[in-house]
Ligand binder design. Structure first.
Ligand code: AHR
Length: 327
């Protein structure tokens, strides 16, 4: 399916490059810009929602999208960026899987005069002029929000033993969700993170991690999971072990997929920190500015909220638009 989408997008792109369009389409193509977008993979409902949103926003904005999915491999993202440079796109946008290792390929983009927009995750490069700006979530704030809920929920408890399942190593959400959370509980001796394991943002790994932990110990009362996909897997393992998620173990998760909000309403999750994948319209607006030679803000953060068992509006929330059973 991914190949079919890539081929379809590539066909549109080549048609526009070589003037094969006709009638209204040709007129539209003449006005529209070409954005090469490298998506890092399809690891979660969040990511699928992000891909769908980017594609729909490109159509709305009359942007020709050259889309490539890297299947969780940095080398595929680097190849995609090189192919965008060779194709002389107007703007390169990409969601970097990890922070390090982008200097060379982005230098090539800069030498070719193609502006680069980071989406969703940050990078570490020696020369900050290698990218024009970033659009996405404030992951440090997300970690802080998760801890703030925990502080409130556990105010009357003497001993809080936390298991943390993190996302992909060396990715921005993994690093900053951890840092933001730890900063808030630091110096308070009743909080102890007894184990931190990586679940790579995958549901299957979230389940595997939780199964392994539960084989070793049941002596913890909180799960802080860096995304909903891993949380859904971990909840399966918790229930298999005869424990009640949301009651025996306080569950705090990040993303806000429909499935997680549904479990929050059922009392199986206690807190969902929102991280929205619906950034497509902003990506397209910023890409158009870059293509026109205009400057853009260095950082554009999404506006987000935290949902928890303390909220009174959970039953009236509109559908989330990502992370439902169709994903
Ligand atoms: O970078 C955003 C994170 O990546 C989301 O929290 C997660 O679900 C996705 O895999």
């Amino acid at each position: 399916m991914k190949r079919i989408i890539a081929l379809a997008v590539l066909t549109c792109f080549l048609a526009s490059l070589f003037g094969c369009s006709s009638g209204d389409n040709a007129t539209q193509s003449a006005k529209s810009i070409i954005v090469g977008f490298s998506q890092l993979g399809s690891e979660s409902g969040w990511r699928v929602g992000n891909t769908n949103d980017i594609m729909a926003a490109a159509q709305r904005a009359n942007v020709q999208l050259l889309f490539m999915n890297a299947d969780q491999k940095q080398e595929n993202q680097i190849k995609a960026i090189r192919s965008f440079i060779a194709s002389r796109v107007d703007v390169i946008a990409f969601a970097p899987i990890v922070e390090d290792g982008w200097d060379n390929v982005l230098q090539e983009a800069k030498d070719a005069g193609i502006p680069v927009l980071l989406t969703d995750r940050m990078i570490n490069v020696k020369d900050s002029s290698l990218y024009a700006g970033f659009v996405g979530s404030n992951f440090l704030r997300e970690g802080q929000e998760a801890a703030e809920f925990l502080l409130k929920k556990t105010a009357d408890m003497d001993r809080v033993r936390i298991v943390e399942i993190t996302g992909t190593e060396d990715s921005t959400p993994m690093k900053e969700r951890k840092e933001g959370f730890e900063n808030q509980i630091a110096g308070n001796p009743k909080y102890e993170i007894i184990d931190t394991v990586s679940g790579d943002f995958l549901r299957s790994k979230g389940k595997e991690c939780m199964r392994n932990i539960l084989k070793e110990t049941h002596d913890f009362n909180v799960l802080y999971s860096h995304n909903d996909a891993m949380t859904l897997g971990a909840i399966e393992a918790i229930e298999e072990a005869g424990l009640q998620p949301g009651k025996d173990i306080i569950i705090i998760t990040v993303d806000g997929e429909q499935r997680a909000i549904d479990l929050l309403k059922q009392g199986k999750i206690n807190c969902v920190v929102e991280c929205t994948p619906l950034i497509g319209d902003t990506v397209m607006a910023l890409a158009k500015k870059l293509a026109a030679g205009e400057s853009i803000p260095r950082i554009t953060y999404s506006v987000e909220r935290t949902f928890s068992e303390y909220d009174t509006d959970l039953d009236t929330l509109p559908p989330r638009g990502y992370g439902d059973e169709q994903d």
